[in-house]
Design a protein around this ligand. Structure first.
Ligand SMILES: [Zn+2]
Length: 298
C-alpha cells in the first residue's frame, strides 16, 4: 500500500461548477474546475473527480468536500440539494472515503467558504458575522466569535427563508424562498421577462450587458438587488450581525446590484449597513474544504 501523500484535497461541489484542489505546505493549489451536471447524478461526478485526483495523487492524506445543499455533518450524508435534484440522502462522506481510501469530511459549501475566510483572518474572531453565498442558489453561514454556529446541524439555510408566502415554487418543496428571488436563475428570469433576444441569457451575459449600459439588464439587476436587500433586512432583524459578507458566483456583479440592495435594506430596517464582498476568490470553498480535512485529520 502507498504511504499517504501530504496533500489534503478540497472539493467544492456547486450547482453549476465543481472546483478541485489541494493544500500542501499550507498553500492551496487549484487543480481543476469542471462542470457539475446535476442530471448525471452523484456517482458519475465522483468518477470524474476521481479521475482528476488519481492522476496527481494516488494516496491523498484527506478529502474534504463542501456541497450546495442540506448536509448531515454528523453522519456525512447530503440529505438533499435543491439544485442537484438526484442527490437525495447520498452518503457522500463514505463514498469519498471509500473511493480515495482516506479519511473524508463534508459540510455545506457556504460553511467551507466561511472556514477559508476564518482561516485567512478576513472573518475576524469577534462578534456575529454572516456569510451569504449568491449563486445558483443562496447559501449562508453564521459565525460567532470565529466559530460557525450550526444549531441542531443546519443553521444558515437563508436561501429557504420565505420572503413571499404565496410566491414562486422552490425545489425544496416550499414557496417564495429567498433564493427564488435573489439567485442567478432569478436574475435571468427578470431579464427574460422583457422577451426580445434573450433566449440564451445567463448571469454572465446579463452582467456584461449591464456593464455596457443595456437598460433591460440594468433593470434585471435592480430587481435582483431589491430582493437581496429584502433578505438582508430580514436577517439583520433576526440576528443583528456586526458585518455581512457576500460571496459566490454573483458577487462578481456586486457593483451592479448593491446600491439597490442597500436602498431596500434601508427602507426595511434601521440598522447600520455593513455589507461587503468577501475578497477571497472563487476557489475559497474548495480551499475551506481542504482546511476542514487538515483540521480533522492532521
Ligand atoms: Zn426553498
Amino acid at each position: 500500500m502507498n504511504n499517504p501523500s501530504c496533500k489534503h484535497w478540497g472539493i467544492d461541489i456547486g450547482g453549476t461548477t465543481t472546483i478541485l484542489g489541494y493544500l500542501a505546505n499550507d498553500s492551496f493549489k487549484t487543480v481543476s474546475t469542471i462542470q457539475t451536471i446535476p442530471s448525471e447524478g452523484p456517482e458519475k461526478l465522483l468518477t470524474r473527480i476521481c479521475r482528476i485526483i488519481s492522476n496527481i495523487d494516488n494516496s491523498p492524506r484527506s478529502i474534504g468536500a463542501g456541497i450546495a445543499g442540506l448536509v448531515d455533518r454528523k453522519n456525512g450524508i447530503l440529505i438533499y440539494s435543491p439544485n442537484l435534484l438526484n442527490w437525495v440522502h447520498f452518503p457522500l462522506q463514505e463514498k469519498l472515503s471509500d473511493t480515495f481510501r482516506c479519511p473524508a469530511v463534508i459540510d455545506n459549501d457556504s460553511n467551507t467558504f466561511a472556514i477559508q475566510a476564518i482561516d485567512s483572518g478576513e472573518i475576524t474572531s469577534d462578534g456575529l458575522v454572516l456569510l451569504i453565498t449568491l449563486g445558483t442558489g443562496i447559501g449562508g453561514t453564521i459565525v460567532h466569535n470565529g466559530t460557525i454556529l450550526y444549531g441542531t446541524g443546519y443553521a444558515g439555510e437563508f436561501g429557504h427563508m420565505t420572503v413571499n408566502a404565496s410566491g414562486e415554487a422552490c425545489p425544496c418543496g416550499s414557496h417564495g424562498c429567498w433564493e427564488r428571488y435573489a439567485s442567478a436563475e432569478a436574475l435571468v428570469r427578470y431579464f427574460k421577462r422583457t422577451g426580445s433576444d434573450s433566449e440564451n441569457a445567463d448571469a454572465k451575459k446579463i452582467a456584461r450587458l449591464a456593464e455596457a449600459g443595456n437598460e433591460t439588464a440594468l433593470k434585471a439587476f435592480e430587481e435582483f438587488g431589491e430582493w437581496v436587500g429584502v433578505g438582508l433586512a430580514n436577517l439583520s432583524h433576526c440576528l443583528s450581525p456586526s458585518k455581512i459578507f457576500l460571496a459566490g458566483g454573483l458577487v462578481k456583479t456586486f457593483n451592479l446590484f448593491i446600491e439597490h440592495a442597500r436602498n431596500e435594506f434601508n427602507r426595511r430596517c434601521p440598522y447600520e449597513w455593513n455589507v461587503s464582498a468577501l475578497s477571497s476568490c472563487s476557489d475559497a470553498g474548495a480551499e475551506g474544504a481542504a482546511i476542514m480535512g487538515r483540521v480533522s485529520f492532521q
